[in-house]
Every structure is written in structure tokens, then in C-alpha cells.
Design a protein around this ligand. Structure first.
Ligand SMILES: C[S@@+](CC[C@H](N)C(=O)[O-])C[C@H]1O[C@@H](n2cnc3c(N)ncnc32)[C@H](O)[C@@H]1O
Length: 271
């Protein structure tokens, strides 16, 4: 099972190794992404099933398609490059678009709602906790000041508010100064920590003996959830943990895939 099919890069590699005879289940909560994945996987027609759902409903997904257990699950968390680069989706600092950030466009809550409705304190806490942004207080204060004058409704407007609220010197920052705030809002809009936490909790019930779960995370809070859940499963005799320390990208990978810089992979095996 590829719980985060995205551009289907992992799925195509998995399919090449399991056909003939194997079946891949691909999940994505983004309908558009799933459509693209289905096109990319055309050569493997008949060997995969795609499901448009949040992976946090792991058990339900399998029940709906009549599968009891799987022998492997990969989670590659966060958003894909395709989502990141599409201005209409509102994830991007570089391309102006509506302040949206929903992976699932049928969901009601958007980043615009959070930015214009959360209290200053809630904004500040979210940006600190999920963005690990040290200027969280100043950013929250400025957002609240600006939205009194006019609703903040595009990514460019939010970026400008952030740039005006922090001491900004381009040379000092390796990443764009708005990156951490955007990350925090995205994680909250999509309840990303809640989703991986629930999916891992359900995972032992859907894994055959010897089945492996791999999780690639990009955020320290996400990695902590995975680490602690695996530890708990190990203590309870449910899992063997295959990665004492998380695996990270080597130098070659970093050169050809810079986004892997913060990726951490942990793997567990069902006992
Ligand atoms: C980093 S990308 C995966 C890229 C993929 N591994 C590939 O090879 O192209 C993450 C994907 O997972 C999806 N996703 C993230 N959280 C999800 C969730 N809770 N349920 C279902 N899909 C999710 C996103 O919509 C996105 O398409």
C-alpha cells in the first residue's frame, strides 16, 4: 500500500517489483493528484487500485475494497512538488495564488480561514509549534493588525505581511522567511499530525506478519509521533523497529533532490 501516492514515483517502483501477481493499493486525499497518478500507472493497469481518501481511515479504506491485510505500507508525508508548484492550490510562496492549502479540496477549512479568524494567541501558538518560527509573536501580531484593514486572501499578501513583521536580511536566511509560517498553516489546515498518528495507531490491525511500514517525514513533530508510536509497538511486542536512528538522504541524493534535506525515514516490521 502506498498511502501517499502523489506523483506515483514510489508506486511505479513498487509495481515493477510486485508484478505479475502483486496488487498495489494507492491512496491520496487529493482527487486531482490521484487522477494524474492513475495516468502515470497506466502501463500497470489491473495491478493497482486507487482510493481517494484520507489515509487516517486505513482500516475503512481496506474494508471498502474487500482487503483484510497488506504486506507493506509506505507513507511519504506532506505535499508533492506538483501540489507545491500549482499556484491555484495556495501552497506556494513563489507563485501568488488564493490562500487555500487544502490537500482535499472538498474540505471546508482553508488557510484563509485560519489567517483571518484565529485569535492572535492561536496564530502565534500555531506558527511556533508547527512552524518552529522564532518570530511567531511578531508575525501573529502583524497579521491581526493587517486583517483589520483588509482580509488577507492571497499567498502574496500573507508573504508581504510576514516580510514586514520580521527583521529581514536575505543573507541570514537559508530559506525564505515565510517558509515556516506557510508550513505551520499547511500542517494545521490538513491536520497532518492527527492523520499520521491515527493511521499508525490502526496499522497493526491491517498488517500481515512480517509486513513492513515505512514512514518518510519532513518535520520534527511528525518524526516524533512515528518514533514514539514505533517504540510503543515494540514495547507491546507488536513491532520490531528496523531503524534505530532514522535514515536520511546522502550527499548524492541531496544534490539531485534538494527537498530530501529534511527527510527522515523510519521502518517497522509487524511481529
Ligand atoms: C510527498 S507526496 C508523495 C509523493 C510520492 N511518494 C511520489 O512518489 O510521487 C505526499 C502525497 O500524499 C498526499 N497526502 C498527504 N497526507 C495525506 C493523507 N492524510 N491522506 C491521504 N493522502 C495524503 C498528498 O496529497 C500528496 O499527494
Amino acid at each position: 500500500m502506498d498511502a501517499t501516492i502523489g506523483g506515483a514515483g514510489h508506486s511505479a517502483e513498487i509495481l515493477q517489483r510486485i508484478i505479475p501477481g502483486g496488487m498495489l493499493i494507492g491512496i491520496d486525499r487529493d482527487e486531482e493528484t490521484l487522477r494524474l497518478a492513475s495516468e502515470r500507472l497506466k502501463p500497470f493497469e489491473g495491478s493497482f487500485k486507487l482510493v481517494n481518501k484520507n489515509f487516517k481511515y486505513l482500516k475503512e479504506v481496506l474494508k471498502d475494497i474487500g482487503v483484510e491485510k497488506v504486506n507493506g505500507i509506505i507513507f511519504d508525508l506532506g505535499i508533492s512538488s506538483i501540489q507545491m508548484e500549482a499556484w491555484q492550490r495556495g501552497f506556494s510562496i513563489k507563485n501568488d495564488g488564493p490562500l487555500d492549502m487544502r490537500m482535499d479540496r472538498n474540505q471546508a477549512l482553508t488557510a484563509k480561514d485560519l489567517v483571518n479568524r484565529l485569535s492572535e494567541m492561536e496564530l502565534s501558538d500555531t506558527i511556533r509549534e508547527l512552524g518552529e518560527e522564532r518570530f511567531h509573536r511578531r508575525i501573529a501580531k502583524r497579521i491581526v493588525e493587517e486583517r483589520k484593514k483588509k482580509e488577507i486572501s492571497t499567498t502574496a499578501e500573507l508573504t508581504n505581511v510576514i516580510l514586514r513583521s520580521i527583521p529581514y536580511s536575505r543573507n541570514k536566511y537559508k530559506i525564505h522567511p515565510a517558509t515556516r509560517t506557510f508550513q505551520a498553516l499547511r500542517i494545521r489546515v490538513n491536520d497532518e499530525l492527527g492523520a499520521i498518528s491515527q493511521a499508525l495507531r490502526e496499522s497493526p490491525d491491517v498488517l500481515q506478519r512480517g509486513a513492513r511500514v515505512c514512514v518518510i517525514s519532513f518535520h520534527s513533530l511528525e518524526d516524533r509521533i512515528v518514533k514514539n508510536r514505533f517504540k510503543e509497538f515494540k514495547t507491546n511486542g507488536v513491532f520490531n523497529v528496523l531503524t534505530k536512528k532514522p535514515l536520511t538522504a546522502d550527499e548524492n541524493e541531496l544534490v539531485c533532490n534538494p527537498r530530501s534535506r529534511s527527510a527522515k525515514l523510519r521502518a517497522g516490521e509487524r511481529l
